[in-house]
Design a protein around this ligand. Structure first.
Ligand SMILES: *[C@@H]1O[C@H](CO)[C@@H](O)[C@H](O)[C@H]1NC(C)=O
Ligand SMILES: *[C@@H]1O[C@H](CO)[C@@H](O)[C@H](O)[C@H]1NC(C)=O
Ligand SMILES: *[C@@H]1O[C@H](CO)[C@@H](O)[C@H](O)[C@H]1NC(C)=O
Ligand SMILES: *[C@@H]1O[C@H](CO)[C@@H](O)[C@H](O)[C@H]1NC(C)=O
Ligand SMILES: *[C@@H]1O[C@H](CO)[C@@H](O)[C@H](O)[C@H]1NC(C)=O
Length: 360
């Protein structure tokens, strides 16, 4: 074991930079000062994170009537329910810490007119690019909120946006809404096309506000989420759902390539949650941390019987769910969302594969 924890962390940080921004280490010289030898390396990094999307990224925008404001959500972090769809930290928190900033404040907790140093989180659980079963604001409206802060209130200046990165999470609520309303897979390819088209428009809008780097998640393997594996006692992923996911991700890669072709720098990046989740499930060699999950498809928090889900209570306030003894041994928290440890492993896996692609 030659590497100290700190070295590993720095290594990860560097690979995160490569993943998100391309090489950003630039040499600047002050040659106009006649002491041209005085060269310094600057690590140009974003200092603000703006976040859009759904429950994978939401850190507390959803209304207090919703699940993550009630037990047992938040038991690991911050120790009580606080609006995250997990036992603890979620995607946004990990991206923030990789950049080296605090997790940005949720939009609903912003202070009027105040510049929020670390950016802002506009993501709302349950939402998609189109309207879903949730009443929370869709992605278009979330971007409207951001633009209002820039244009009307002047909260963020061009300089701020220059040092910003955006994270856009789309975990599939447009599709689950479609299945809930329509049942069949007929018409799904058309929906996938229009979802990706709308998503690409949204990414472009975010970039046009002046945000330098826009990172969008590729869909995770939805067919492996516990709500679809429950029927096989959490043993088998639904392959037909994963096929639709692959189609979505294929179109997304094309759309992002097109956006990058049209912009002067490669401003758009994909965070490949599909491969990252899959590498955890497949317990690939070189990812020993994934071995800690007995059955990664089985969630920690499970409703009792078919009519209850994680966090449910009956009329007499009796809990209608069970939770595992150790949240660190579960990849999924509830039927849809990873645990904090799940997110931790997913992000590490994404970093490792980005490094791998650098050297291969
Ligand atoms: C998003 O929501 C707004 C407000 O409800 C609605 O007007 C708009 O059509 C929605 N956008 C999309 C793309 O569905
Ligand atoms: C359900 O799918 C069918 C077949 O593609 C389509 O004609 C219909 O409009 C869909 N209904 C909804 C509510 O999306
Ligand atoms: C997989 O999902 C599809 C679409 O939701 C559904 O029709 C099918 O029955 C599921 N397959 C399995 C094996 O559960
Ligand atoms: C992007 O540009 C490359 C190189 O010019 C080209 O081969 C590719 O087809 C373009 N991709 C898209 C999606 O437009
Ligand atoms: C949790 O721990 C208790 C006491 O050690 C044990 O009886 C129980 O079987 C454990 N439950 C699970 C799901 O591992």
């Amino acid at each position: 074991m030659g590497k100290t924890r700190k070295q590993v962390f720095l290594f990860q940080l560097l690979s995160f930079w490569v993943l998100m921004t391309g090489i950003k280490v630039v040499q600047s010289s002050s040659s106009h000062h006649h002491n041209g030898h005085h060269r310094r390396l600057h690590l140009l990094g974003p200092t603000k994170l703006f976040v859009f999307g759904d429950s994978y990224a939401d850190t507390g925008n959803n209304p207090k009537s919703e699940k993550p404001w009630h037990e047992p959500y938040g038991i690991t972090f911050p120790g009580k329910p606080a609006g995250r769809w997990s036992d603890g930290r979620v995607l946004t928190d990990y991206i923030g810490s990789l950049i080296g900033i605090k997790s940005p404040i949720p939009y609903r907790r912003r202070k009027f007119g105040a510049k929020q140093r670390h950016g802002m989180n506009f993501a709302y659980g349950g939402t998609g690019v189109f309207d879903t079963l949730s009443l929370n604001p869709n992605m278009t409206t979330q971007i409207d909120y951001f633009q209002q802060l820039i244009h009307d209130n002047g909260v963020y200046t061009k300089l701020d946006l220059d040092s910003s990165i955006a994270l856009v999470s789309l975990a599939g609520n447009d599709y689950s809404t479609y299945f809930a309303r329509n049942g069949t897979e007929e018409g799904l390819p058309d929906l996938v096309r229009s979802v990706v088209k709308q998503l690409a428009l949204n990414l472009k809008r975010i970039h046009e506000t002046g945000v330098k780097i826009v990172v969008v998640t590729a869909l995770q393997p939805v067919g492996c989420l516990p709500y679809l594996t429950a029927s096989s006692s959490f043993q088998r992923c639904n392959e037909s759902r994963n096929a639709a996911v692959k189609f979505h991700n294929h179109l997304l890669h094309q759309a992002v390539e097109k956006l990058n072709n049209e912009s002067t720098v490669a401003a758009y990046k994909i965070l490949d949650l599909y491969s990252a989740f899959m590498s955890v499930f497949e317990r690939q060699k070189g990812h020993p941390e994934s071995l800690k999950f007995d059955n990664p498809l089985k969630p920690c928090c499970i409703g009792i019987g078919v009519s209850y889900s994680c966090g449910s209570i009956d009329e007499s306030k009796v809990k209608k769910y069970t939770i595992c003894n150790n949240t660190e041994t579960a990849f999924f928290w509830d039927l849809f969302h990873p645990t904090q440890e799940g997110w931790n492993v997913v992000l590490r896996s994404a970093l490792q594969s980005s490094l791998h692609s650098l050297y291969s």
